[in-house]
Design a protein around this ligand. Structure first.
Ligand SMILES: Cc1cc2nc3c(=O)[nH]c(=O)nc-3n(C[C@H](O)[C@H](O)[C@H](O)COP(=O)(O)OP(=O)(O)OC[C@H]3O[C@@H](n4cnc5c(N)ncnc54)[C@H](O)[C@@H]3O)c2cc1C
Length: 504
C-alpha cells in the first residue's frame, strides 16, 4: 500500500520510492516534513534558492491527500469571494483573489521550466445551480467575484448532461496529474542536492535560538528551520482546534457514449459534486467527487460510494466504474488557510494547512510564502494567512459547537462501546468498537475469520476511533488521525499507531 487508504486512486500507479541518503549526521538549512504537494514544492523552492534541504515523509511521497486528490486547478475557492469580503473585508478578499492567480502562474512556470510531463491542461470551469436556492448562491458568488475583479460569466449551456437553472463559466482554470507533477519536482530537488527520506515519522521537535532538533523514527534531524507540511503538526497545538478533518469520495467512470465533458464542473449542492476528465493508460475517464462528511461522522462510508455512483449514473451514460477512493482535507475555522509560523514557535517552525478542497493551489502558494519567509523574512500573504491570526467571525461559534459535539460523542463512545463476552460474537467481515473485560478495543474480523484487535484509543488526544469500511481503516473523529487494521498510522497528527493486542 502506498496511499493512506485501502482503495486505489487513479494517480497511484505513478507513486514511486526514493532511496534515502544519510541524513542524521548533518545539519540542514531546512527540514521539510510531509511529501505531498505542499512539502515537495517547498523543498523544491528552497533547494533551488541555495538552501540544503531534507524532505521527510512518514510513508512515501504522495502517500497523503496529494495521492488521493482530483487535482482541479482553480483560482476561485471553496471560500467564495463574497464570504471572504464579509468575513475578512474587501482589501483582504482582493489579496485572496491574487493568490489563485499566483498559484496558477507558479504551477505553469514549474511545468515549463522543468519540462514536466504531467498532463497539464488549461480549461474553463462551469459552475451550475440546480435549484432556486443554488441560483441565489450563484448570483452571490458572481457578485462577490465581480467586487474583487475576478471573472465569472453567465452562460446558457454547460458541457455536462445535467439539467441546471443558471450557470457561469470561469476561464483560465486547469488540471494535471498531481503525482507525475510532484514526482518531477522531487527529481529536480534531488538533482540540485536535496535529500528525500521516506518511512521516517517526525515525532516531536525542540526549538532553540539557533536550531530545531526533530525527533524522528529514524533518529534526530537537526535543521535551522522546519516546515510541517503534514496538515496538522505532531503533538497538541492550538492549530488542532482551528481546523477540522473531512473526507471526500471520488469515482472514475468510462462512458458508453464517450461524451466526456470538456470543462471542469461543479454544482452547488451541499456538499457539492465536482467533475473532470483524465486519460489513464490511453483510456478516457470521467472523474466525479462529492459526498463529503466530517471524518468519523458517517455510519457507513461504503454507502457514500453507492450514493455518488447513483448520482452520476442518473445523468451520464456510465459504462464501468474503474476506480473509487476517498481522501481527507481540512476545513479552517474562518475560511482562510493557515500558512506561516507555527503557533507556539519562536519563528523557526512553519506550517501550512486548512486548504479546504483547494490544496493543489494553496499548497503550491504555501511553498512560495514559506520560502519567502525563510529567505527574506516577509511575504505579501504573511498577515492574511498567519496561523496566529485571531479572527472572531460569525461561523466561529458553530465551528466550536461542532468540535464540542465531537468531544461529547467521543465520551459517549467510551461509555457505550458494545459489550461482548467473546470476540466470537463479531461476525466475519465486521468491525466494531467493543468493551471486553473492562477495556475498549477496535476489532476487525476478516472474512477468513482472522481477527485484528487494537486498543481503540487514538494516541494523539485520547479520542475513540471509528470504523471506515470504505478504506478499511480506523479514523479518529477529533483531529483526523487514521490507522490501518494492523494499527499502523496512516494519517497524523498521531505519531504512533494503535496498540495491537494479541487475539484470544
Ligand atoms: C477527494 C479530494 C479531492 C480534492 N480535490 C482537489 C482539487 O481538485 N483541487 C485542489 O486544489 N485541491 C483538492 N483537494 C485538496 C488537496 O488535494 C489537498 O489539500 C492537498 O493534496 C494537500 O497536500 P499536502 O501536501 O498539504 O498534504 P498531503 O498530500 O496529505 O501530504 C502530507 C504528507 O505528510 C506526511 N506526514 C504526516 N504526518 C507526518 C509525520 N508526523 N512525519 C512525517 N511525515 C508525515 C504524510 O505521510 C503525507 O505524505 C482535494 C482533497 C480531497 C480529499
Amino acid at each position: 500500500m502506498n496511499r493512506d487508504g485501502a482503495r486505489k486512486s487513479v494517480w497511484q500507479q505513478e507513486i514511486k520510492s526514493f532511496a534515502a541518503d544519510s541524513y542524521t549526521s548533518r545539519v540542514f538549512d531546512v527540514a521539510i516534513v510531509g511529501g505531498g504537494i505542499t512539502g515537495v514544492t517547498t523543498a523544491y523552492n528552497l533547494q533551488k534558492a541555495g538552501k540544503n534541504c531534507v524532505l521527510l515523509d512518514a510513508a512515501n511521497i504522495g502517500f497523503g491527500t496529494s495521492g488521493g486528490t482530483t487535482a482541479h486547478l482553480n483560482d476561485f475557492f471553496d471560500t467564495t469571494f463574497g464570504e471572504a469580503i464579509s468575513d475578512h473585508g474587501e482589501e483582504n478578499a482582493r489579496l485572496f483573489k491574487e493568490c489563485g492567480r499566483d498559484a496558477m502562474r507558479i504551477i505553469e512556470t514549474n511545468v515549463r521550466e522543468n519540462a514536466i510531463d504531467c498532463d497539464f491542461e488549461k480549461k474553463s470551469a462551469h459552475l451550475f445551480a440546480l435549484d432556486d436556492k443554488q441560483v441565489r448562491q450563484l448570483e452571490d458568488m458572481v457578485k462577490g467575484a465581480r467586487n474583487v475583479g475576478h471573472e465569472m460569466n453567465y452562460i446558457d449551456e454547460i458541457s455536462f448532461p445535467i439539467p441546471f437553472k443558471k450557470a457561469v463559466e470561469i476561464p483560465n482554470q486547469g488540471q494535471f496529474h498531481p503525482v507525475k507533477y510532484i514526482r518531477a519536482l522531487c527529481e529536480s530537488f534531488l538533482q540540485s542536492g536535496g535529500v528525500i527520506v521516506e518511512g521516517c515519522v517526525c515525532q516531536d521537535h525542540e526549538e532553540t535560538d539557533e536550531q530545531v532538533a526533530l525527533s524522528t523514527s529514524g533518529g534526530m534531524v537537526i535543521a535551522n528551520h522546519v516546515v510541517y507540511a503534514t496538515h496538522t503538526p505532531p503533538g497538541i497545538n492550538k492549530l488542532h482546534f482551528m481546523i477540522a478533518p473531512y473526507r471526500s469520495y471520488v469515482m472514475a467512470f468510462t462512458l458508453k457514449d464517450r461524451l466526456y465533458p470538456k470543462e471542469l464542473g461543479y454544482d452547488l449542492e451541499d456538499p457539492y459534486h465536482y467533475y473532470r476528465t483524465h486519460e489513464i493508460d490511453g483510456e478516457k475517464l470521467l472523474i466525479a467527487g462529492g459526498e463529503d462528511h466530517k471524518t468519523g461522522q458517517a455510519e457507513d462510508t461504503g454507502e457514500r460510494f453507492s450514493k455518488l455512483e447513483n448520482y452520476v449514473r442518473a445523468y451520464f451514460d456510465v459504462d464501468q466504474v474503474k476506480y473509487s477512493w476517498s481522501s481527507q482535507y481540512y476545513e479552517p475555522v474562518d475560511g482562510f488557510p493557515y500558512i506561516g509560523v507555527l503557533p507556539g514557535s519562536a519563528g523557526r517552525i512553519f506550517t501550512a494547512t486548512g486548504f479546504r478542497g483547494n490544496g493543489m493551489m494553496l499548497g503550491t502558494l504555501s511553498a512560495t510564502i514559506i520560502a519567502d519567509l525563510i529567505l527574506t523574512g516577509s511575504s505579501k500573504y504573511e498577515n492574511l494567512f498567519s496561523p496566529s491570526r485571531i479572527k472572531p467571525i460569525a461561523g466561529f461559534a458553530d465551528f466550536v459547537k461542532e468540535q464540542t459535539a465531537v468531544a461529547v460523542d467521543f465520551i459517549k463512545d467510551k461509555l457505550f462501546a458494545e459489550r461482548v463476552a467473546s470476540m466470537a460474537e463479531i461476525g466475519a467481515g465486521e468491525a466494531k468498537v467493543v468493551k471486553h473485560e473492562g477495556e475498549i478495543f477496535a476489532v476487525y474480523k476478516e472474512v477468513s475469520g482472522r481477527l485484528h484487535v487494537l486498543k481503540s484509543t487514538c494516541p494523539h488526544a485520547k479520542c475513540e476511533v471509528r470504523w471506515n469500511g470504505a478504506e478499511i481503516s480506523w479514523d479518529c473523529p477529533c483531529h483526523g488521525s487514521r490507522f490501518n487494521v494492523n494499527g499502523r498510522m496512516l494519517t497524523g497528527p498521531s505519531v504512533s499507531g494503535l496498540t495491537r493486542v494479541e487475539k484470544d
